[in-house]
Design a protein around this ligand. Sequence first.
Ligand code: SF4
Length: 255
Amino acid sequence: MKNSGISWTDHTFNPWMGCSWKSPACDNCYAAALAKRWHGVEWGPGKPRQRTSEAMWKQPQAWNRAIEKSGGPNERVFCISMGDIFDAEVENGWRDEVFALINKTPRLDWLLLSKRPREAVRYYEEKGWPDNAWIGTTVEDQAHAYRAEIIKAIPASVRFLSMEPLLEPVKVNLDGIDWVIVGGESGENHRFLPKAWVLDFQNQCREANVPFFFKQWSSFSSDALGHELDGEVCHAFPTPKNRKAAIDTDVAVAE
Ligand code: SF4
């Protein structure tokens, strides 16, 4: 059963809650407000991160079993929405447990989205990287376009950028990037997203032949202004490189 309201994923998995603000994209962090209101979790450096329940931790294997049983295609899991998977303040061992879960669930494609790409590279260099883990990073403005360069060091099946919320026009070298998500902000302090910035990035993706996903306009609620760009829903997804290699091999063998 798909559990996420986020249009670019099927499931959301939160192994813990808690984080620290990292860059301007975090200014109106919805997770901080939700975690405090619902669970009393405080945000910030030195604040304890709160592990979620065992029942929550069991969900990915249940999703994986359901896909194996149905024979359907792999499903995407966004990890994590209530924190950052490469937050250096997370208790030792929790991240390893998430990676063990990733290795046990080959029918899930794990979208590891982080504003801490250097920590992601350190992790990869020390422990390797599963085939079914995608690496993504947030590029909300030109000052953080360097994050796109950092994730290129990880040989992930998909490397992607989340330009959410996009805060200004940005130029990025998309060589080595497999997918781009662009979107505005929701909530009472949402920052304006002009159409010209979105079209400019859509053009950069076209020129680089990179799938482009437009999520939403900036407004109080994520649905208020719809999800179309010039009357079109732009929801392109990447083909994971490991799966593409398998398809190419099958074709070559058949020929
Ligand atoms: S990295 Fe994500 S979860 Fe952490 S403060 Fe920033 S927006 Fe919130």
